[in-house]
Design a protein. Structure first.
Length: 550
């Protein structure tokens, strides 16, 4: 598609030559004969290149240059002059002109400069898109993606207002993020598919360009406008047959309307946004899958942890059944009017006070077994909950104990675990996610110490509070981590284990979970062996960012 040009010159012959040459190349050309008209046009319309004479009635070329760069910094400006001097050249360079051309000019030479100006504009736009795309594609926090997508669209499209809408299970679009709406308003906005502009675009799956507002667009004449939007691009984000979202890109203050070229640029923005959102969805699935994989890897041990208490709960149940039969027989004697001597004899044969003590002990053991089963089931439910991203007050010690219960059999078979759990270690977070972190750390430590043929096989878990921070660590006496591997230990898919023994996702996911909780995770491995993974989390109301600034 051709570019758009504004030619400002008080000489009709110059204007006509440039118009003919540029239009013959497929470009759009607007002609004005003075600086004031040129400034008025650049304030209302967007041009790829402005070609302006330096001396014209009223405002001159330098004024046009300044006005253009003020409202459209990415527009390239070429100044043409018949009175070239050093001062004029310096002023043009300082003002951001692409080039200064002296009259009389060679048409082919000017066209070559114009071609370079268009290429420069394209490269600059591509660079901005590349930088913003890299930022969102490098992001590994799914909850931040909507804001990053909006920020990218704002910057690349030079928009005043952008919102990303996501469909829900009831076929309604809701605002995932908007730079122009408060969080309370975002929560209230729900658009059924097929209604308003975004809902229709979501159904049609085709982008729309509304250059001059809804009032001037016959396609959406029946859609009420809640606020003044001068120009819009509404782009559907579609993966196969699945609607991922709708991107609304608006200019509410900027007088320059979006053009067809902008729609093409929006297509690139939308493709990058779609890729980022799909990556975010996959990351979320990976986290959930890794949780379930953790349970799967420990399935035999978890079954053992449940089978043991189930076995003695059932055994105690049978024992209690026998004792209840004894009590029933004594009750029958009482109903038959047996005297105190006969009752005492039967009581002594049953065991007397020892009978009651045994009864109480068996009841307690059955309760302990049932409690262990309940706790393990609760831990598994918390670990496997896919949407467990709600942050609530959590005692970090409980997350540690949960991990110890789930990985108990794995740990006991390979290592000696010592726990030193401190007080006041409450944080704000997800119990299931935090438990997943400690399961990963404990299992890795167990595998590390278990890989040794001899030596200590100790794992030490500590928690404690230091000011506004809660610190937990998992240390082992294994062979340690090679220095060259330490910088990569939290990378996704990096593993030093056999490919059949690990995916390389456990530590990466653990690191991301802690970061999503506003915390940090570090690793240390001294030359003598062993490794220590340290988790640092803010207390409720605390912030590691503020702590770092102290």
């Amino acid at each position: 598609m051709g570019a758009s040009f504004l030619v400002a010159d008080d000489e009709p012959g110059i204007r006509d030559i440039l118009k003919w040459e540029l239009e013959s190349l497929g470009h759009e050309v607007v002609l004005v004969c003075d600086g004031s008209a040129a400034v008025a046009r650049v304030q209302k319309s967007e041009f790829d290149v402005v070609i302006s004479d330096v001396r014209m009635p009223g405002l001159g070329g330098i004024d046009v240059l300044k006005a253009t760069k003020e409202v459209a910094p990415d527009t390239e400006v070429i100044i043409v002059t018949g009175f070239a001097d050093l001062d004029a050249a310096v002023e043009c360079v300082r003002g951001g002109a692409f080039d200064l051309v002296q009259k009389p000019f060679d048409v082919n030479g000017l066209l070559s400069i114009i071609s370079r100006a268009l290429e420069h504009r394209h490269l600059r736009a591509t660079h901005v898109l590349y930088e913003t795309s890299q930022a969102i594609l490098a992001n590994q926090e799914p909850q931040r993606l909507p804001q990053l997508v909006v920020d990218m669209a704002m910057k690349v499209m030079v928009a005043d207002d952008v919102s990303l809408m996501i469909p829900d299970a009831s076929n309604r679009l809701h605002v995932a993020y908007s730079n122009g709406l408060s969080s309370s308003v975002r929560a209230e906005v729900q658009i059924p598919l097929g209604e308003r502009v975004a809902g229709r675009v979501a159904v049609d799956r085709k982008p729309v360009l509304i250059p001059n507002g809804l009032d001037s667009d016959s396609t959406f004449h029946d859609v009420p406008s809640y606020r003044r939007v001068r120009s819009s691009i509404v782009y559907p984000l579609v993966a196969g047959d699945r609607l991922v979202g709708v991107l609304n890109i608006n200019r509410t203050v900027n007088l320059r309307p979006f053009r067809q070229q902008d729609l093409e640029r929006a297509a690139t923005v939308a493709s990058q946004a779609l890729l980022a959102l799909e990556n975010g969805r996959l990351i979320g699935q990976m986290v959930a899958s890794e949780r379930l994989a953790s349970v799967g890897q420990l399935a035999a041990g978890v079954a053992h942890e449940i089978n043991n208490p189930v076995t003695y709960v059932l055994a105690n149940h049978d024992y209690l059944g026998e004792k209840v039969d004894t009590l029933l027989r004594m009750g029958a004697l009482i109903d038959q009017g047996a005297d105190i001597t006969m009752l005492r004899e039967n009581w002594e044969r049953a065991g007397g006070q020892t009978f009651l003590a045994d009864f109480r002990q068996v009841l307690g053991e059955a309760e302990d077994g049932a409690t262990r089963i309940r706790d393990i089931v609760r831990d598994l439910r918390a670990l496997g909950r896919r949407n467990d991203d709600k942050h609530v007050p959590v005692d970090l010690n409980e997350a540690v104990r949960s991990a110890l219960r789930i990985a108990g059999a794995e740990l006991r078979s390979r290592s000696n675990v010592v726990t030193r759990l401190g007080d006041g270690v409450q944080v704000i977070g997800s119990a299931g996610c935090l438990s997943q972190v400690f399961i990963n750390l404990l299992v890795n430590a167990s595998q590390a110490v278990g890989s040794q043929s001899g030596g200590k096989r100790d794992i030490v878990v500590t928690t404690g509070r230091e000011g506004d921070r809660v610190i937990a660590s998992v240390s082992d006496t294994g062979p340690g981590i090679l220095p060259e591997n330490l910088p990569r230990i939290f990378e996704a898919f990096f593993t030093t284990k056999d490919p059949t023994a690990g995916t390389g996702l456990g530590l990466w996911i653990s690191h991301e979970i802690i970061r999503n909780h506003g915390g940090e995770m570090h690793v240390g491995s001294p030359p003598g062996g062993g490794a220590t993974f340290t988790v640092v989390l803010p207390t409720p109301g605390g912030s590691l960012a503020t702590l770092a600034g102290r």
